[in-house]
Ligand binder design. Structure first.
Ligand SMILES: NC(=O)c1ccc[n+]([C@@H]2O[C@H](COP(=O)([O-])OP(=O)(O)OC[C@H]3O[C@@H](n4cnc5c(N)ncnc54)[C@H](O)[C@@H]3O)[C@@H](O)[C@H]2O)c1
Length: 356
C-alpha cells in the first residue's frame, strides 16, 4: 500500500486527547485523505480539540454520536476503508467510583465497532484498536512485552482487557484486518485535567499543592503523544504481512516515579517562570492514601514495534514536558472550565471516601 493511496478513515473518540492529536497529525500529513470523527462528546471530549481549519475542510465530517449506536456505527463504517478506534471511558479513578459506563462503552461499544468492521470486511483494509498497557497490571518482569500476563488491576483496565481480547477473538474467528496497539502512559497538549501530568501542571499554575497517591514511589512509562501518533501512522501504512492480527506495545521503555515527575515539573515551571520574569511560588506536595487498584510499576518492552516497523520515540521526557507545560500556560481558556473535574471521589478498601 503506498503512502499516497487515498484513504477514508473513521476515527472514534477523535475529540479526545489522543484521537484529536492523531487527527491533526494525519490531516496535515495526508491532505488527500478523508476523515470522519465519531464522538459522543462526553465530559472528556471537547469539540475545541478539533481545529477550525479541519472542521471547515471538505475532507472532514464530524458525527456527534455514540459508538454503542449499532445503526450509526454501521452506517459510518460502510463509508470508509480504515477505522482507528480510540473512543472509551479512560480515567482509572473514575472507574473505581462508577464503572458502569466503562463496561458499556469500552467493551460493548468496541463490540459494536468490531461487528461493523466484520459486516464491512470486503471494504475495510485496516482496523486499529487502541488498547492500553493497563491490561498488564503491575510489571512482573523488568520490561513488559506483548506476552506479559494480563492482570488488570482496576475496572478501567478490566474493561480494556475485554475490548482487547474481543478484537483479538474476531481476528482469530473471522480474520478481520485488526491491529491492537497497547500504549503505555501518554502525555501532551489537550489531555484532560483529571490525568496526572496536566493535573500537576495546572496545580503548579494555580499555586495549589500537587496531590500524590500513596508514597509516590509507583512508576510509570511516559511517552509524548506525538510519538504514539507516529507509531499509529506507521501501522496505518504497513503491509498486512507485518501487522495484521498483531499486538504492539508503544512506550519509552523507561519508568519514572510519580515523585520524580512532580519534582521535574516544579523545576521546569520555575525555569519557565524565571524566563518570563514571573514570580514563582513553588507548589507543595500533598500525599493522600494510595489509590485502590494501583499499579506499582509499568515499563514497556517496545522491541517488537522497533524491530518490525522501525519506530522509536523521538521526544525525551523533559523536552516533551516543557512543550506540554507551555501549552497549558498558553491555553488557560481550554482548561479553565475543567478545573472542578480534577479530583474524583474514591472509596478506599477501608470504606473511606477520599478525593483522588
Ligand atoms: N491517555 C493515555 O495515557 C492512554 C494510554 C493508553 C491507552 N489509552 C487509550 O487511548 C484511547 C484514547 O484515550 P484518551 O486519553 O485520548 O481519552 P480521552 O478520555 O481524552 O478521550 C476519549 C474520547 O472518547 C469519547 N467517547 C467516550 N465515550 C464514547 C462513546 N460511548 N461513544 C463515542 N465517543 C465516546 C469522548 O467524548 C472523548 O472524546 C482510549 O481507548 C484509551 O483507553 C490512553
Amino acid at each position: 500500500m503506498s503512502k499516497q493511496e487515498k484513504k477514508n478513515i473513521l476515527i472514534t473518540g477523535g475529540a479526545g486527547f489522543i484521537g484529536s492529536n492523531t487527527l491533526e497529525f494525519l490531516f496535515k500529513k495526508y491532505p488527500n485523505y478523508n476523515f470522519i470523527v465519531l464522538d459522543a462528546l462526553t465530559y472528556a471530549g471537547d469539540i475545541k480539540n478539533i481545529p477550525d481549519y479541519i472542521k471547515e475542510s471538505k475532507n472532514f465530517k464530524f458525527w456527534y454520536g455514540d459508538i454503542r449506536n449499532t445503526k450509526l456505527v454501521e452506517h459510518l463504517i460502510s463509508q470508509v476503508d480504515t477505522v482507528i478506534h480510540f473512543a472509551a471511558e479512560t480515567h482509572v479513578s473514575r472507574s473505581i467510583y462508577d464503572d458502569a459506563n466503562f463496561f458499556e462503552t469500552d467493551v460493548m461499544g468496541t463490540h459494536r465497532v468490531t461487528n461493523a468492521v466484520l459486516r464491512n470486511r470486503e471494504k475495510i483494509k485496516r482496523f486499529i484498536h487502541i488498547s492500553t498497557s493497563e491490561v498488564y497490571g503491575t510489571a512482573l518482569k523488568k520490561k513488559m512485552d506483548e506476552l506479559h500476563d494480563l492482570n488488570p488491576a482496576s475496572p478501567y483496565a478490566a474493561a480494556k482487557v475485554g475490548a482487547d481480547r474481543l478484537v483479538y477473538s474476531y481476528v482469530n474467528t473471522y480474520g478481520i484486518p485488526a491491529v491492537i496497539i497497547r500504549p503505555f502512559n501518554m502525555y501532551g497538549p489537550k489531555q484532560h485535567l483529571e490525568k496526572l501530568i496536566p493535573r500537576f501542571i495546572t496545580s503548579c499554575i494555580l499555586n495549589e499543592p500537587l496531590t500524590i497517591h500513596g508514597s509516590g514511589n509507583s512508576e510509570r512509562d511516559f511517552t509524548y503523544v506525538e510519538d504514539l501518533v507516529r507509531a499509529i501512522d506507521l501501522i496505518l501504512h504497513a503491509p498486512d504481512s507485518k501487522v495484521k492480527g498483531e499486538v504492539f506495545n508503544v512506550g519509552s521503555e523507561k519508568s519514572i516515579s510519580i515523585n520524580k515527575i512532580a519534582f521535574i515539573i516544579t523545576r521546569l515551571m520555575k525555569n519557565i517562570y524565571k524566563k518570563h520574569k514571573i514570580k514563582y511560588q513553588q507548589s507543595t506536595m500533598n500525599n493522600i492514601g494510595d489509590r485502590p487498584g494501583q499499579v506499582f510499576r509499568h515499563t514497556a518492552d517496545a522491541s517488537k514495534i522497533k524491530k518490525i516497523l522501525g519506530w522509536k520515540p523521538a521526544i525525551v521526557f523533559e523536552e516533551g514536558l516543557e512543550m506540554t507545560i507551555n501549552w497549558y500556560l498558553e491555553n488557560k481558556d481550554w482548561w479553565q472550565d475543567k478545573i472542578w473535574m480534577r479530583h474524583v471521589p474514591v472509596e478506599t478498601d477501608k470504606g473511606k471516601m477520599e478525593m483522588h
